[in-house]
Write a protein that binds this ligand. Structure first.
Ligand code: F6P
Length: 367
């Protein structure tokens, strides 16, 4: 058996641990493994396809990033291609990819990625490619799995930032706003803000009301707590408003979400008169060593992907359904984006312990 591994989309801590576990498990069965560089670019003549041996994956379990590199601009079904006149058009290069994979003797592919890569994987599967998915994203927005690897590391990074910002906010009597990643979901903001005892957490699943946020700041001020710590998900938006988008992205890329914290800082300072600062944590959340939890999950996923191939679970994705790793059809994971349930126990306990979600103040109700 000869299989190949691809890592696609934004990177996430734990990718190397998946690769290592998959390679070692495959070698243990007597299979050979190839690595497709930069998403599927290695199969489109834009990068390499390399052998993944025991030596290549030695000592990489704890490393962030991916030894295979990755891209979020390489969808083979609509590949951005420059024309002689300089314009860029999207070209379907999936047949070429499949042909090249066949020529290399690749009999199955493990596609490690988030919703975008899983959607590409599903389409390849529908064209006859024997493919198994492994869910990855720091955003934790893939359905069908309790969590994705990379999320725990991102939460830890955000938590460390919150702890540090808390002390400087308190020293200066400031409102401090930390913007964290998550695209259109608020898992990183919710988990890090909750664990870091933020005063306000803003997530896309609960549109916010500026007056309520300012009231929290002013009430705290009056009660002697002169600082306020706010954690905002990059995709959060005001009631009746829209997600803030950062400039144009490159051809083939999804629009870049972000900028909400700077906007909020201006508005809060203007309305409350409190000195307000914002910071965007950005790609720090995607970098660095995976936490123990993420290493463990990623390694379990890698091993499970090889078992899924051995069992012929084509078009399936490995998933954590605590306490087990299972496989589910990729279509099930793609049915909807996983989002924070506003009635989840974390949200309820956060509210009960005094954290505001910036919701309008309704009589007798929490914010
Ligand atoms: O999906 C992962 C993610 O890190 C999002 O949280 C974020 O909005 C996006 O990717 C950033 O993408 P890029 O690396 O293209 O800036």
């Amino acid at each position: 058996m000869r299989i190949a591994i691809s890592t696609g989309g934004g990177d996430a801590p734990g990718l190397n641990a998946v690769i290592r576990a998959a390679v070692l498990s495959a070698i243990a069965r007597g299979w050979t493994v190839l690595g497709i560089k930069r998403g599927y670019m290695g199969l489109l003549g834009e990068d390499e396809v390399v052998p993944l041996t025991r030596d290549v994956v030695r000592g990489i379990q704890h490393l962030g990033g991916t030894i295979l590199r990755t891209t979020n601009r390489g969808n083979p079904f609509c590949y951005p291609t420059r024309q002689p006149d300089g314009t860029i058009v999207e070209v379907d290069r999936s047949d070429e990819l499949i042909e090249n994979a066949r020529n290399l003797g690749i009999q199955a592919i493990i596609s490690i990625g988030g919703d975008g890569s899983l959607a590409i994987g599903q389409k390849l599967f529908e064209k006859g490619v024997r493919l198994v998915g492994v869910p990855k994203t720091i955003d934790n927005d893939v359905s069908g799995t309790v969590t994705t690897f990379g999320f725990d590391t991102a939460v830890s990074t955000a938590l460390e930032a919150i702890d540090k910002l808390h002390t400087t906010a308190e020293s200066h009597d400031r409102v401090m706003i930390l913007e964290v990643m998550g695209r259109h979901t608020g898992f990183i903001a919710l988990h890090s803000g909750f664990a870091g005892a933020a005063d306000v957490i803003l997530i896309p699943e609960i549109p916010y009301d500026l007056d309520s946020i300012c009231k929290v700041v002013s009430d705290r001020d009056r009660s002697g707590k002169k600082y306020t710590m706010i954690v905002v998900a990059e995709g959060a938006f005001p009631e009746g408003g829209v997600t803030s988008i950062l400039g144009a992205s490159l051809p083939g890329q999804a629009p870049r979400v972000g900028g909400v914290s700077a906007q909020l800082a201006r508005e809060i300072q203007e309305r409350t008169g409190k000195e307000t600062r914002s910071m965007v944590l950005g790609h720090l959340q995607r970098g660095g060593m995976p936490t123990g939890y993420d290493r463990l999950l990623a390694t379990r996923f890698g091993g499970a992907a090889i078992r899924a191939i051995a069992d012929g679970r084509w078009g399936h994705m490995v998933a954590l359904q605590t306490p087990n790793i299972v496989t589910i059809p990729i279509t099930e994971a793609l049915r909807e984006t996983k989002r924070v349930d506003p009635n989840h126990d974390i949200v309820l306990t956060a509210r009960a312990t005094g954290i505001s979600f910036g919701q309008p103040i309704r009589k007798g109700g929490a914010t």
